[in-house]
Design a protein around this ligand. Structure first.
Ligand SMILES: Cc1cc2nc3c(=O)[nH]c(=O)nc-3n(C[C@H](O)[C@H](O)[C@H](O)COP(=O)(O)O)c2cc1C
Length: 364
């Protein structure tokens, strides 16, 4: 193994989470949990990645306890006895082979088309009831609804701890509910949940605070955020480093342990006049460990036609060497190849499975 590859296989000790290496499985929706219940195939799927040297698994987005949290009947619930039993088996399977795993807690907000499964009668909710294009779909969330949703996140966090997970990730990215509060296109509120970018973090701050209070001081909370949104790839919440600091500071102070800065191409500098990517800036401003992500090991982002060739990791190693970030999340490459990390470790990169339509047909 060359010295560069070793960078990815160094252990990481954080205040609350010790990891055997720097490789993280990015959260990826699979919708293969009928009636919202994770099956033994789901457990085997995550275990396969853990036994092949993925240091930390972040599960697919899993719905918190609210009927409008998801819009797909195959997306797993993170509530109810049956689903939580399924999840506890997933965590156990990963732990059996020495892995670590955290669930990604998710509410889609206004991205839920009216009438969608699994609960067609549940109306979408969002800060202002409008989509990013200004279409009015519902009323703004009431204070009671806000309280209910915050309570649902906190309950999911407690359940994650109780059934043996190693932490939680809050999905605050990609234009879903928490991000709908961050984004001025979807948050037009005039109350304490609206205002400037720092003020629009209030909902997330209350979610983080409630989760922290519910799980105690030692349970890791990872927070995923992004500048880009589904359907608005060039959007930027923070247009300058200073705005990013204003955005991150309240989240960090509320109790986030690790930030997961979701970008589509990890090599792109986030702002002019610095090489730092979004995870790099996040580490700089918060002093907390960060996860980078975005076309690592592949030659470009997800695009129609679904092709990406395996790509060298040279740029990643340079950034790791400079300790720009601490952890590296791999999405599509680990989706098509559960042995991606161990192939990297043993120098079998030429055997990695490329991201092609054929590979996507036989996911395991
Ligand atoms: C099939 C698929 C499903 C995804 N589902 C989620 C999800 O549930 N939650 C999330 O935060 N990101 C999701 N993402 C985004 C990935 O976590 C990751 O950020 C993205 O794929 C970029 O990483 P990559 O270039 O290594 O694939 C998904 C991506 C893919 C390809």
């Amino acid at each position: 193994m060359n010295d560069e590859v070793k960078l990815l296989f160094q252990p990481l000790q954080t205040k609350k989470l010790d990891l055997s290496n720097r490789i993280v499985m990015a959260p990826m929706t699979r919708a293969f949990s009928p009636r919202g219940i994770p099956t033994k195939e789901v457990a085997a799927y995550y275990k396969r990645r853990a036994e092949n040297e993925v240091g930390l698994i972040i599960t697919e987005g899993t719905a918190i306890n609210h009927p409008a949290a998801s819009s797909d009947p195959g997306v797993p619930f993170f509530y109810g006895e049956e689903a939580l039993q399924g999840w506890s088996k997933v965590a156990k399977a990963v732990h059996e082979v020495g892995g670590k795993i955290i669930p990604q807690l998710w509410h889609v907000g206004i991205q839920r088309p009216v009438g969608s499964m699994p609960f067609p009668h549940a109306n979408p909710i969002s800060p202002s009831g409008i989509t990013s294009t200004g279409e009015k779909v519902a009323g703004p969330m009431t204070p009671e609804e806000i309280e209910t949703i915050i309570g649902a996140y906190a309950q999911a966090a407690v359940d994650a701890k109780r059934i043996g997970f190693d932490g939680i990730e809050l999905h605050g990215a990609h234009g879903y509910l928490i991000d709908q509060f961050f984004w001025d296109a979807t948050n037009k509120r005039m109350d304490k949940y609206g205002g400037n970018l720092a003020e629009r973090t209030r909902f997330a701050v209350e979610v983080i605070t409630a989760c922290r209070k519910a799980v105690g001081p030692d349970f890791p909370i990872v927070f995923r955020f992004s500048q880009w949104k589904i359907g608005a790839y060039n959007e930027k919440l923070a247009k300058t480093p200073a705005e990013l600091e204003q955005f991150l500071t309240p989240l960090s102070e509320a109790g986030v342990d690790i930030f997961h800065a979701s970008t589509r191409r990890f090599w792109e500098p986030e702002f002019a006049d610095s090489e730092l990517n979004l995870a790099g800036w996040t580490k700089k401003w918060t002093g907390k460990p960060t996860i980078t992500v975005g076309s690592i090991g592949l030659d470009d982002v997800f695009a129609p036609g679904v092709q990406a060739k395996n790509a060298p990791l040279t740029a990643l190693f340079e950034k790791l060497e400079r300790q720009e970030f601490d952890l590296v999340a791999i999405g599509r490459a680990l989706l098509v190849d559960p042995t991606w990390a161990s192939k990297l470790h043993t120098g079998k990169t030429n055997e990695m499975i490329p991201y092609t339509p054929e590979a996507l047909k036989t996911l395991f």
